[in-house]
Design a protein around this ligand. Structure first.
Ligand SMILES: [Mn+2]
Length: 247
């Protein structure tokens, strides 16, 4: 099979709502990745793959071994996998790069595929009026806070992180499901970018909307679904970008 397709998936939020349900979703994600691998040139994971991830210098959380093993094997067999950090799984070090072999992005990434310009990002932090969110994002990203958090024993740190992540997702889930049409911040943000950059396709996660937008100049924005409700993904097959669903 010719490997010329590009797959984009985000917000699988492994870890919620509980271990059993997450494991079912993880196995489904593994099936998806192995299917995709057959004709994928590249696979992109666009953030919040884990509902909470925090790794230490020598230690990682004792979950998700099926997914991590699958990703490592896919990379080993020659298909590149790009991993974008989301707001739920930003506390990485070098495990995904060194042990799994993925290409890691901590911010947006622009790439030309088959002559078209793509703008890829998890998609959080676009609301520049949300000062509280931006402050928290900076705080969580700061080196000193990371060092302090990493110095807490995992018994407490991971338990706290899991609980925090669950509550953060709960408080946002109502908001997440509302479709704001053209008032959608990501829609406005992408149109803003188009004023200065020549981008053909924007693909974002974070908002869990499972929706396609036509932007200014007939450019396209896809906001991926999460995998809690829909199992959506975007597929580029050389000419067209399609939003699809995995069964
Ligand atoms: Mn997110």
């Amino acid at each position: 099979m010719i490997k010329n397709k590009h797959y984009f998936v985000a917000d699988t939020h492994l870890g919620v709502p509980n271990y059993e349900a997450s494991l079912v979703r993880e196995k489904k994600l593994v099936r998806f990745l192995l299917e995709a691998e057959k004709d994928a040139k590249v696979i992109y994971l666009l953030g919040d793959i884990f509902d909470f991830w925090h790794e230490y210098k020598y230690v990682v959380p004792k979950y998700y071994v099926r997914l991590l093993g699958t990703l490592a094997s896919i990379v080993d067999r020659g298909t590149p996998v790009h991993f974008f950090t989301g707001n739920h799984d930003q506390w990485i070090r070098d495990y995904f790069q060194k042990e799994i072999g993925m290409i890691v992005h901590t911010k947006e990434y622009e790439i030309t595929i088959d002559g078209k310009n793509f703008f890829l990002a998890h998609g959080d932090g676009f609301d520049l009026t949300d000062k509280k969110y931006l402050f928290m994002k900076r705080l969580f990203g700061s080196k000193i806070i990371r060092i302090m958090f990493a110095s807490i024993h995992p018994r407490w740190a991971i338990a706290f992180g899991n609980a925090w992540s669950k509550s953060s997702r709960k408080s946002h889930s109502e908001y997440d499901l509302i479709d704001k049409g053209e008032e959608e911040l990501q829609f406005k943000y992408c149109n803003e970018i188009l004023k200065t950059k020549d981008i053909d396709y924007f693909i974002l996660g974070h908002r869990h909307l499972n929706k396609e937008y036509i932007l200014e100049k007939e450019k396209k924005l896809i906001i991926l679904s999460d995998w809690i409700n829909e199992s959506g993904y975007a597929l580029w097959c050389g000419e067209d970008l399609k939003l699809k669903s995995f069964e």
